[in-house]
Design a protein. Structure first.
Length: 85
């Protein structure tokens, strides 16, 4: 799956990650979908790098694609398969 839509901003509240997209949409997903982000400190979460492919947290070894978020996919590592209901 490919997405031409790029993230422009990422922010968090107590339970969710919010991603603003260049086309005006805002995606909200539960932090429970991404255990590394759930366990991370607010400072670690703020160290996100937005690229044309998605979101990356170097210190957390976490990569999230915008296409995956739009498809409702959570963590895709073998030990943490999570899918949207």
């Amino acid at each position: 799956m490919s997405s031409l839509t790029k993230a422009t901003r990422v922010h968090f509240d107590a339970d969710s990650m919010w991603v603003n997209l260049a086309d005006g949409r805002v995606i909200g997903v539960p932090l429970a979908w991404f255990p590394r982000l759930l366990r991370a400190t607010p400072e670690q979460r703020d160290q996100v790098r937005i690229s044309s492919r998605g979101l990356h947290w170097e210190a957390l070894d976490e990569d999230i694609s915008i296409a995956g978020l739009l498809a409702g996919l959570g963590d895709q590592t073998s030990a943490n398969k999570t899918f949207a209901a």
